[in-house]
Structure formats: C-alpha cells, structure tokens
Design a binder for this molecule. Structure first.
Ligand code: BDR
Ligand code: CA
Length: 314
C-alpha cells in the first residue's frame, strides 16, 4: 500500500482524516506529526494520540512539531469551529493514550521516516504548513523520498477565515508560500471549493455511527462542529475538509486535478493568506516573453461526491 505520513492539527475533520488512514488496508501509515492550528500544539498533539488510540493504532509513531508560525503570529485559532479542546469539547471521551511521543520533534521524525523508506512516501499536511516548510528548508535531500504532498488548503474562489484566505494557509502564509511556490516538490492542493462540495449530512453521520464503535466515537466529536457549519452550509451537515485530502492521498485519482500556477499572498493587506490560482490560459500568462515560469501545482477541482462519501464511510 501507499506509504503515508500525516501532518495535522486535530480538529474534528483532522480526526476523521486520521481515522480514515489509520484504518485503511491500502495504506502503510508510517507516522503522524502535529502542528499548532485549530487549537494549541499541546491540544492538537493530545488529540492526535487519542484518535490513534481509538483506532487501535498506538503503533504509529507521533511527534510534536511547530507551536507557532515561522515569522508572524497566528491571527486566530479555530475554537469557534472545533470547540475549545479541538474536538467539540469531547476530547476527553476518547481513550487515554498509553504511550509517549517520539522525542526530537516532528521534523526529526519526518526526516528519519523518509530516509528509512524504501519507496517514495506521500505526505498529507492537513494543518498549517509550518512543519513541512521547515522540513524542506532544512533537509532538501529528503525531497527525493517524497512521492507527493497532498495538502488540504487554500481556495480558488473563496476563503473561510477571510473572504479570500483559507484557515491553514492564513495561519502561516510564509510557510505555505515556501512549500507551494518556492519548492519543486509535486503538490496536490485540495481547496475549499471542492471540500465544501463534499459536505456530508447528518444522515451520513448517523450511518457512520451505526457502522462501528469507532464510527460512533467519531460522530460523537461533531456537535460543536455541526453547529458552526449549520451557519455556513445553510443545512444540517459538516465539511470534512481534511478527509477529502487524505482520501486522495490513500487513493490517488479519487479527486480530479488540473495543473495551475499558484501564488500565496504574504503581504499584510486584506488578501493575506489567499492562494492565487492562475486559471488564465497559458498564452495569457506572459510565458515565452522572458517571464519566469511560475511553479504549477495540481489543484483538485472535481470528484464523484457520492462515491467519495462511500469511500470515507468505509
Ligand atoms: C481547514 O482548517 C481547519 O479548521 C480544518 O481542520 C481544515 O484543515 C479548513 O479550512
Ligand atoms: Ca486541519
């Protein structure tokens, strides 16, 4: 199966995404690294350990990474969406982890897992990109071991934290720019435009809860999250952003992608944290006129929404 490492800031949708990979028979989950984001690093790390414990996967090594962005402070956490503890106030209902973190931190674990891998590894960052920027900046040699980076982040026509910025990018735009624009690693970006189209209903959640005890435990993490999505969706459902990205990491091609040049806005205007996806036709981009070729990333634009829902349901 695909060798995978998840970098995460759980987060309700992160919890679903971790469980999807942890329980998949198609995946060899080599490790999980944590980052600040939805809540503090301390809380995201504890949540990641608990979700793996729930899934019977205490064998997956976990290391804690960045507690804040590279350069500027994080504008805000997402406690209004995910609850004060990151899991709708229900984190303590999950099993207590019975093991320790890998010492030395996230970047060191990423380097050692990549170096030891006998085939290229997929990285699935589903939080701010701080750990990944640090990894690529400090250890360019491991890039050869990265098959692709499949990340949840950005928006083509919309934001969620601001009109144009998506939360993961907005939380550390400089790190996101390093990964998406400055580095030559193959990236798949799973933006809000697609994740919103993959929203799941409360009926879907009820099916999940009936499916297995783990499904029931995941569903029990959703009340605060559901309350916040009622406002943005206008109906009873939630958006499992990170699970959409991890589905693609597990099952390449489950999302349809198109290659576009991407930039990340790092200025301090109202567009800070926006991803600028250049959908002009190549002839309009000034290529061939001495312009520097912009870096292209694969942007996920479409999927079989019902099929994806079934895939995540397991
Ligand atoms: C992203 O932000 C976080 O709140 C979610 O976990 C997801 O990674 C969606 O914008
Ligand atoms: Ca996340």
């Amino acid at each position: 199966g695909t060798k995978l490492i998840i970098d995460t800031d759980p987060g309700v949708d992160d919890a679903f995404a971790i469980a999807l990979a942890a329980l998949s028979e198609d995946v060899d989950l080599l490790g999980v690294t944590t980052v600040f984001g939805n809540v503090s690093l301390e809380a995201t790390t504890r949540n990641a350990l608990r979700v793996l414990q729930l899934c019977g996967r205490a064998d997956v090594p976990v290391a804690a990474g960045a507690e804040r962005p590279l350069i500027h402070p994080q504008p805000a956490r997402a406690v209004r969406v995910h609850g004060a503890d990151g899991l709708s106030g229900r984190a303590s209902a999950l099993p207590e982890p019975e093991r320790d973190l890998v010492p030395g931190g996230a970047v060191r674990l990423l380097v050692s897992l990549l170096e030891a891998a006998d085939e290229p590894v997929t990285l699935a960052p589903i939080g701010p990109l701080t750990n990944i920027a640090l990894l690529l900046a400090a250890h360019p040699d491991v890039k050869a071991k990265i098959a692709r980076i499949v990340l949840m982040g950005g928006g083509v026509d919309r934001g969620n934290s601001t009109a144009s910025a998506e939360f993961n990018i907005w939380s550390d735009p400089e790190a996101a720019r390093r990964v998406l624009v400055e580095e030559d690693v193959p990236c798949v970006v799973v933006p809000l435009d697609l994740t919103y189209r993959c929203a799941v209903s409360t009926e879907w959640l009820a099916k999940l809860a009936a499916h297995s005890p783990i499904g029931a435990a995941l569903e029990a993490l959703t009340p605060d999250y559901l309350a916040s999505y009622r406002r943005s969706l206008g109906w009873d459902g939630i958006v499992l952003h990170d699970a959409v990205a991890v589905a693609e990491a597990i099952s390449p091609g489950i999302l349809r992608t198109e290659a576009y040049p991407v930039e990340v806005e790092t200025s301090f205007g109202p567009g800070r944290g926006a991803t600028l996806v250049d959908r002009r036709r190549p002839g309009m981009r000034g290529e061939g006129e001495g312009a520097v070729a912009p870096s292209a990333v694969q942007v996920a634009v479409d999927t079989d929404v019902d099929g994806l829902g079934e895939f995540v349901l397991g």
